[in-house]
Ligand binder design. Structure first.
Ligand code: ZN
Ligand code: ZN
Length: 177
């Protein structure tokens, strides 16, 4: 169905390909080399593109946990948890003496769990504080997406220059030919 890619068979550059080097599939777990037919292609195949779409839906559902509604839900969960804990502690008074004043980390209150921003990566990781700007589970994931975003930025800049050559490269030199 989608013809935005060539499988990378050998190092030969196929006709109609936009780059002089094969590209690496962005999807985590694939990372195959391919020759892109479209200049902005990120994935080696239609199935990787679909996998990336599935991952984006999963990521959106994870992000929901961070919304107001999700937070309210978690507050209720932890309230229920604390009530249950008090009941348990009342039942065994001696067990509570050593842990008094210590709040155990509740998984349901865990604001700090995030999902990796690289397509295809389902790795959750935790951050030190709520306003941390960490977006990736690992340096490898960060670099993989960085490479693609840089390439796409370069491509867009090139396109802009091509579209408006008189704006970006004013030529004041006299024609001496
Ligand atoms: Zn792939
Ligand atoms: Zn990752």
């Amino acid at each position: 169905m989608d013809q935005s890619h060539f499988p990378c068979q050998g190092r030969e550059r196929p006709e109609g390909c936009h780059t002089c080097r094969p590209r690496r599939c962005l999807l985590k777990g694939c990372e195959r080399l391919f020759w892109p037919r479209r200049p902005q292609a990120r994935y080696c195949s239609a199935s990787c593109q679909q996998a990336a779409r599935r991952w984006r839906r999963w990521q959106a559902s994870q992000r929901y946990r961070g919304t107001q509604q999700g937070q309210e839900q978690r507050r209720q969960q932890s309230r229920r948890y604390r009530v249950r804990r008090r009941e348990r502690q009342a039942a065994s008074a001696d067990a509570s003496s050593s842990r008094d004043g210590q709040r155990p980390a509740l998984p349901s209150e865990d604001f700090s769990t995030r999902c990796c921003a690289r397509p295809g990566c389902y790795q959750l990781f935790s951050v030190q504080h709520e306003h941390s700007c960490q977006r990736f589970c690992s340096g490898a994931c960060r670099l993989a997406l960085r490479r693609v975003l840089d390439r796409e930025a370069r491509y867009r800049a090139r396109r802009r220059r091509q579209r408006r050559p008189h704006l970006t490269r004013p030529c004041h030199c006299p024609d001496t030919s």
